[in-house]
Structure formats: structure tokens, C-alpha cells
Unconditional design. Structure first.
Length: 133
């Protein structure tokens, strides 16, 4: 089914929603980050303001260990959409990988405040911040 869907996107390359769906399948179902990134980039070539594709690209860059690119992409996303906890979390994790502790901890705090519970472990262990009960 995946290959047939892929063939359909090649037949109708302007069908951005199908290409976006392929990116989601590669990312979420198969953890094929390079393939997902390629699909997101195709969508962004046609529509650079597609905030979902920017977010997906940032996540893929992070998973591929390209943390500077992940931060650049998530900054683009954050200029389009504010108050999204997972955006702050992605930025925090990539900043941590680049040993940018201040930036990382600031973003872990924002992520946690915006409802991302997994940020708490990093706040305690990496940032040394304990939150009141």
C-alpha cells in the first residue's frame, strides 16, 4: 500500500497533502527520518509557510543528529506559531546536544509550562531546576 501511495504522489506531484501524508507515514510509522525530511522539503518548496512541514523538518533534523539545522527550522516554526510546547522541547533537546545550556534550559522551562511533561526530567537532571510540588 505504501508503494502504491508513493507512486500516486509521483503521478500527481502537485498534490501536497499526499506528499505531506507520506512524510507523516515515514516519520511516525517507520521512523525513516531522511525520507520524511525529503517529503517535508518537497512540500516546503511549494509552500514555505506550511508550518506543519517546517515543524516536521525540525523534528527530522533533530532525529538525524543535525541539531543546528533543527534549531534553525524550529525557530522558523516558532515565528509562525507561538505557544506550542513541543516546539520548545525540540529546541531544548537540540540546544542540549550542542551544549547550549542556557538556551536549552530556557526552552525546557517553556515546554514544561506549555504542557510537555517529558521536559521535567531534563529540568531536574540537566538544568538542576526543581519545581515546587
Amino acid at each position: 500500500a505504501y508503494n502504491k501511495f508513493m507512486d500516486a504522489t509521483e503521478f500527481l506531484p502537485e498534490f501536497d497533502s499526499a506528499i505531506f501524508r507520506m512524510a507523516e507515514i515515514d516519520l511516525l510509522e517507520f521512523s525513516r527520518f531522511e525520507d520524511a525530511l525529503a517529503h517535508y522539503q518537497t512540500v516546503l518548496e511549494r509552500n514555505p509557510k506550511n508550518h506543519q512541514a517546517v515543524f516536521g523538518s525540525a523534528y527530522c533534523y533533530q532525529k538525524l543528529g543535525q541539531h543546528q539545522k533543527a534549531i534553525e527550522e524550529i525557530n522558523k516554526y516558532m515565528s509562525m506559531r507561538r505557544q506550542v510546547g513541543m516546539a520548545y522541547y525540540i529546541k531544548a533537546v537540540s540546544a542540549q546536544a550542542l551544549d547550549l545550556k542556557d538556551i536549552s534550559c530556557q526552552n525546557f522551562v517553556e515546554a514544561y509550562n506549555l504542557g510537555v511533561p517529558q521536559a521535567l526530567d531534563s529540568l531536574i537532571s540537566y538544568c538542576g531546576i526543581s519545581l515546587p510540588d
